[in-house]
Write a protein that binds this ligand. Structure first.
Ligand SMILES: Cc1cc2nc3c(=O)[nH]c(=O)nc-3n(C[C@H](O)[C@H](O)[C@H](O)COP(=O)(O)OP(=O)(O)OC[C@H]3O[C@@H](n4cnc5c(N)ncnc54)[C@H](O)[C@@H]3O)c2cc1C
Length: 126
């Protein structure tokens, strides 16, 4: 992904920069950008803004219990939501490093709910 960005001539990379304010009347017209090395602020004229939140799933609290891959995604048995611990099911973006979409998260959420219900009834835990 980094290489694709570097190779794309339409993209200008602003290193060490943070958007600290979005400015405009009724629509985005510019952003205020902080250079966090020089501690200076500048204005950048834009007409749109897309915010991405990174690629690290928030699964650290499970790392002592559940098998995770090298990027922190919870590993599940293929075609199921079963983790390495019986009765613990993982769904959504915490275990899906490919699609990471609302609709796929809802789909695996449904799978997890059905598998959990089956586990509870098969073990007389309902
Ligand atoms: C900018 C952006 C745009 C997107 N656009 C689209 C789109 O157009 N279409 C689409 O289909 N998908 C889109 N997605 C992806 C979609 O939002 C996710 O795939 C989906 O929300 C994943 O659902 P989830 O339930 O697995 O996780 P989340 O929705 O992330 O829910 C996880 C929940 O767990 C909570 N949580 C985290 N840690 C703890 C903890 N320790 N204790 C208790 N609670 C905790 C969080 O607060 C959160 O409420 C977009 C995502 C982003 C970031």
């Amino acid at each position: 992904m980094q290489k694709r960005v570097f190779d794309n001539k339409n993209i200008e990379i602003l290193w060490n920069s943070e958007v600290v304010d979005v400015l405009g009347n009724n629509k985005v017209e510019s952003v205020e950008v902080l250079n966090n090395l020089k501690n200076t602020k500048s204005k950048l004229k834009i007409s749109g803004l897309f915010i991405a939140i990174g690629h690290k799933p928030n699964t650290d609290i499970f790392k002592d219990y559940l098998d995770l891959d090298e990027n922190g995604y919870i590993l599940t048995k293929p075609g199921t939501t079963q983790t390495n611990i019986k009765g613990i099911f993982a769904t959504g973006d915490a275990q899906d490093k490919i699609y990471r979409q609302a609709v796929t998260a809802a789909g695996t959420g449904c799978m997890g709910a059905l598998e959990a219900e089956k586990f509870l009834s098969e073990n007389n835990l309902t």
